[in-house]
Design a protein around this ligand. Structure first.
Ligand code: PGA
Length: 252
């Protein structure tokens, strides 16, 4: 059985004090939740303060990015060891906004995954096609390529530690969610590629979460799909009420 995950990606939103007061309220609201992993990914500068607030709770902290070198003259960058020290146990890698605005390639993403794994942080590898790619019927080819290049050189053991997030770029922040069956089709495909690259046991174990306009009114249908193991949520994770609803979807 794969334990579901609900991760809030706050992107470039919330100050340190806003982040801390949000998680304080979140902690109280979800203290009884045991059957789903809860992750908050604030900005770098808020990670440690958020960790201080949630460290003894059922909420984990994730970062939105990292740099692959250990330390040195890389102005403006943050290493995996620094994130670990700040309390991060997850890190988003290769989010489409990073690919699109900051030129991240699969090769760069590969190095970032390696850095996360060697510091004991779970990488959440984001993959997904653009609208143009979907319209050209190249979705599966794009996803396969992203997976194979990003995971090149990793052992079965490494691969089993990852979380994969399928985020169709056309569904992010647009209000357009992939239809549950449409998302399921790609999730099943990702699992199949995983089993080709590694084996069935690892493919069966890996958590594949969906991102792209996940909202309280579509979460249940998405989560009913057999290969969807959770959500990576932008907009709806910024409001306490909607994020709590997403976490408690199965009971609402
Ligand atoms: P959204 O963002 O939920 O606002 O569409 C998802 C994401 O980019 O992770």
């Amino acid at each position: 059985m794969r334990r579901p995950l609900m991760a809030g990606n706050w992107k470039m939103n919330k100050t340190i004090s806003e982040s801390v007061s949000f998680v304080r309220m979140l902690k109280a609201a979800v203290s009884g939740v045991k059957d789903i992993g809860i992750i908050i990914c604030p900005t770098f500068i808020s990670t440690n303060a958020v960790y201080g607030e949630v460290k003894d709770s059922n909420i984990s902290v994730g970062a939105q990015n990292l740099f692959w070198e250990e330390k040195g003259a890389f102005t403006g960058e943050v290493s995996a060891a620094m994130l670990r020290d700040a309390g991060c146990s997850y890190v988003l890698i290769g989010h489409s906004e990073r690919r699109q605005y900051f030129g991240e390639t699969n090769e760069i993403i590969n190095k970032k995954i390696k850095a996360a794994l060697s510091n004991g942080i779970v990488p959440v590898l984001c993959v997904g096609e653009s609208l143009k790619e979907r319209e050209e019927n190249s979705t599966f080819e794009i996803i396969e390529n992203q997976l194979k290049e990003s995971l090149s050189g990793f052992s079965q053991e490494d691969a089993s530690k990852l979380v994969v997030a399928y985020e169709p770029v056309w569904a992010i922040g647009t209000g357009k969610t992939a239809a549950p069956q449409q998302a399921q089709e790609v999730h099943a495909f990702i699992r199949r590629i995983y089993s080709e690259m590694y084996n069935n046991i690892i493919a069966d174990k890996v958590r594949i979460i969906y991102g792209g306009s996940v909202k309280p009114d579509n979460v249940s249908e998405l989560m009913k799909q057999s290969d969807i193991d959770g959500g990576l949520v932008g907009g709806a994770s910024l409001e306490l009420e909607s994020f709590v609803k997403l976490i408690t979807y199965s009971r609402s």
